[in-house]
Design a protein around this ligand. Structure first.
Ligand SMILES: [Fe+2]
Length: 300
């Protein structure tokens, strides 16, 4: 069935992440300021929509709230037919459809529907969202590189995202983390073994190592020092710099994500040693405070 075994529909990429945010105004200043996103016009006092420089309508939604939580995660499908095919197959496979395929009455529009994953995360699958003019793409984020989710049941969740949604395992980090891809990027989604379901962090990709260091510098000059990094990970081989936003959510700036050849890639399990976790030897381990922010608060 589904994406895993046929070509009828496949998830193409992560479109955007929508976050309920306990520090809405401060986070808006942060992401539309030194983080380098651009606030779009269809924002209001309760909800802000921010774009990167890539073709996606927006990569981040902030919803004013009294707590931090994932509101929903939006994934791309190729076209309307893929949306209809995915909804039919997922429905008949027993997946909870929270809405049927329809015009999306939200910023960016498009045609899509929503499901819940086994831990209750709301996942939107959509196609044909609105185009927006491309921004200057030298030093600021182009797109969401990946979203890392904490889970209390990593084996079951990994199996579901692979068997039902068609993701493929790129690598494991011991049995602590698993990295899943839906295109040539080493990972677009990763799961981290944890005590509860929550957001671990969300990574934004910049177009070069120069942009990566410039982003860290831009944030530092604005009073936001990097919390963990700069460094280069083993799995995915990407440069990393982790921050803490004003709400206590962890965004990452990343560059040079490893590209996977689908025909030849063989997943590996990476030992969690300093040489493999921090290949440049520049970052060291994350602090206790950073680990606490990455644990997040349990999803609503
Ligand atoms: Fe990451």
């Amino acid at each position: 069935m589904s994406a895993a075994s046929g070509d009828r529909w496949t998830i193409t990429h992560v479109r955007h992440l929508a976050l309920s945010c306990s520090a809405f105004d401060e986070c808006l200043d942060y992401y539309a300021g030194p983080w380098g996103l651009e606030r779009l016009g269809d924002s209001d006092e309760q909800q802000a929509v921010l774009r990167a420089t890539g073709p996606e309508h927006h990569v981040l939604e902030l919803h004013r709230s009294d707590r931090n939580s994932i509101d929903h995660l939006s994934l791309g499908l190729a076209d309307d037919r893929a949306v209809d095919a995915a909804a039919a197959e997922l429905g008949s496979a027993g997946v909870t459809l929270l809405s049927e395929p329809a015009e999306v009455d939200r910023p960016g529009s498009g045609y899509g529907f929503r499901i819940a994953d086994p831990e209750g995360r709301i996942v939107e699958l959509s196609a044909c969202t609105e185009a927006v003019p491309a921004g200057p793409a030298e030093l600021t984020p182009v797109k969401i590189a990946h979203v890392v989710l904490n889970t209390a049941d990593i084996e079951s969740l990994c199996a579901w995202w692979c068997n039902v949604l068609g993701f493929r395992v790129s690598d494991w980090s011991e049995r602590q983390m698993v990295f899943l891809r839906c295109n040539s990027d080493h990972h677009s989604i990763a799961f981290n073994r944890a005590e509860w379901a929550s957001l671990n962090h969300v990574a934004y990709e910049v177009p070069s190592l120069d942009a990566f260091m410039s982003s860290i510098g831009r944030l530092k000059r604005a009073g936001h020092d990097v919390g963990w990094g700069p460094g280069r990970h083993g799995p995915g081989n990407n440069a990393f710099g982790y921050f803490m936003d004003p709400a206590g959510t962890v965004p990452e700036v990343t560059a040079e994500v490893q590209q996977i050849d689908e025909a030849t890639w063989v997943p590996r399990t990476w030992p969690r040693t300093p040489e493999l976790s921090d290949r440049w030897g520049t970052a060291g381990p994350p602090s206790a405070e950073m680990r606490q922010f990455m644990a997040g608060t349990p999803d609503a």
